[in-house]
Ligand binder design. Structure first.
Ligand SMILES: Nc1ncnc2c1ncn2[C@@H]1O[C@H](COP(=O)(O)OP(=O)(O)OP(=O)(O)O)[C@@H](O)[C@H]1O
Ligand SMILES: [Mg+2]
Length: 492
């Protein structure tokens, strides 16, 4: 049964809208302002939200953005007075499905809600019967390289079984797409695909996020909440950034996975679920196990079937098709008509090492869309992080850069042009490549360590300042300091 949230500060309107929907067999909850609506959406699960525009605390538009950020699949219909129609139109650009003008007529309301929810079903069905790697959120899973073709065939096989899968790969390589592809090609596809982003949830809320809680289970638990384990029953639970969960939560998760049972906080009854678990991480779990940060037994429980996504620089064959795909996507989004990428810009795009992988490529193409006024993406529309490759080319240093990419340790450090490129890639002057140790990971860690120590020194050990100026999320900074056993107090 579909569940709807009606949000309006006008109690009479809330009541009349809610009863019209209840009579039509929808489950209805109410919220009296934007803030309450966001809290409810975060705590419960709704297929559709009816949202007033002018409300105290958060406006409808602000609430809409929060709701869509929390779960883009929630349909939002705006309720608006005629005088606010322009806001309602703006809301449709922010992802609202449609709007209804006040006074609300019950038959219009029910008609639009029925239509929207039918469409939600249809979109799902259509995409599910479409070619294998079309995902229900409209994303296509692209790849023509041998590496990606192999991944596609692995996904095809693994989607037919129910065993846990652990997806590994650098940030931006498409781990979440793999998880979705596994679900939407599996026999569980008509049930839910539910994500828990383990790094985004504060430690004190994570257990409730996983397993739910009873009303009054702890301070702030003013209503009962279903955990994602239960919500995903019958479907797939995607544990994203699994390397970031605390050791306490690792124990509880392991037990729930082993026994397929769990106890919501404050409850005395165990719940049983039928789930497929897919987890993802860009962290080195083996190393974390060695350092006792990650439980080995949990690792083996999750890592039954591993999928390793190669970074984009190791599947350069995909760059062109992906770039074209993003151009088509942004042509639609920005109502533009970019038709091609100049040969020179494409050369630079292929030369770049894409540390941020596909997400970085997508951002670069979007950046070009924003600034380009001609029908072509040219060098001048690329961000500086890439455009410098073309300047380097003009200076004749590009060959060294290519060599550096293939085998940095072959280039003699005394070659001036190589040094110049090293400086371009790595602005931290203090870092020296350990050329005797042919190990990417070790060198990367050494760089990170020295970078963090210099940044802490500069900002006198102040974490917030360091995070801000070094452009590193605070959480990541703290994690890395812990990893390298660097004590910020030493820099006060
Ligand atoms: N093969 C692909 N085809 C089309 N789009 C892709 C592909 N791979 C990744 N993307 C897009 O790139 C972006 C990053 O992908 P995704 O979020 O799945 O990466 P991730 O590996 O989960 O990264 P992180 O570790 O940072 O969470 C998304 O917008 C995704 O849609
Ligand atoms: Mg991800």
């Amino acid at each position: 049964m579909f569940k709807i949230l009606v949000v309006d500060d006008d109690a009479d309107l809330r009541l009349s809208v809610s009863s019209a929907l209840s009579e039509n067999h929808y489950l209805v909850d109410q919220a009296k302002d934007g803030e309450e609506s966001i809290n409810r959406v975060r705590a419960g699960y709704y297929d559709l939200v009816l949202l007033d525009v002018n409300m105290p605390k958060f406006s409808g538009i602000e609430a809409l953005k929060e709701i869509k950020a929390h779960d883009p699949s929630i349909i939002v219909i705006i309720l608006t007075a005629f005088s606010n129609i322009r806001d309602a139109v703006a809301a449709t650009k922010e992802g609202a499905y449609n709007y209804l003008e006040k006074p609300i007529k019950a038959e219009n309301l029910v008609y639009l809600v029925d239509k929207a929810l039918r469409a939600k079903h249809m979109i799902r069905d259509m995409t599910l019967s479409a070619p294998v790697f079309k995902l229900p959120n409209g994303t296509d899973f692209i790849g023509q390289s041998t590496e990606m073709k192999r991944i596609f065939s692995v996904i095809d096989k693994l989607s037919r079984v129910d065993t846990a899968v652990l997806i590994r790969g650098e940030s931006g390589t498409g781990k979440e797409l793999v998880a979705q592809a596994l679900h939407f090609n599996s026999p569980r596809k008509d049930n839910r695909f539910v994500t828990i982003n383990c790094s985004a949830i504060p430690e004190n809320l994570i257990e409730s996020e996983f397993f739910g809680h009873e009303k009054g289970a702890f301070t702030g638990a003013d209503s009962r909440k279903i955990g994602k384990f239960q919500y995903a029953d019958g479907g797939t639970l995607f544990l994203d950034e699994i390397g970031d969960i605390s050791s306490g939560m690792q124990v509880k998760l392991l037990r729930a996975l082993q026994e397929k049972k769990f106890t919501p906080i404050g409850s005395n009854r165990e719940a049983e679920v039928n789930l497929r678990i897919v987890a993802a991480t860009n962290r080195n779990l083996e190393e974390m196990i060695r350092k006792n940060y990650f439980r080995e037994d949990l690792f083996y429980r999750l890592n039954v079937l591993p999928i390793q996504l190669p970074p984009l620089r190791e599947r350069k064959n995909d760059i062109e098709v992906l770039a074209k795909y993003f151009i088509e996507k942004f042509n639609q989004q920005y109502h533009k008509n970019i038709t091609h990428i100049s040969i020179e810009a494409m050369e630079v795009i292929k030369l770049h090492s894409w540390p941020g992988n596909i997400r970085e490529l997508e951002n670069v193409i979007e950046h070009a869309f924003v600034i380009e006024t001609t029908p072509a993406i040219t060098i001048s529309s690329l961000p500086d992080s890439l455009a410098h490759l073309s300047r380097a080319k003009a200076k004749g240093t590009i060959l060294n850069f290519e060599r550096l990419q293939v085998d940095p340790f072959k280039s003699s450090t005394s070659s001036p042009s190589t040094l110049q490129m090293n400086a371009a890639i790595n602005p931290s002057a203090g870092f020296k490549l350990d050329i005797n140790r042919l190990d990417f990971q070790a060198n990367k860690e050494e760089f990170e360590k020295q970078f963090l120590m210099s940044a802490l020194k500069k900002f006198k050990g102040r974490i917030n300042q360091t995070a801000l100026h070094a452009n590193i999320p605070k959480k990541t900074l703290l994690r890395k300091l812990e990893k390298y056993r660097i004590n910020a107090r030493d820099y006060f």
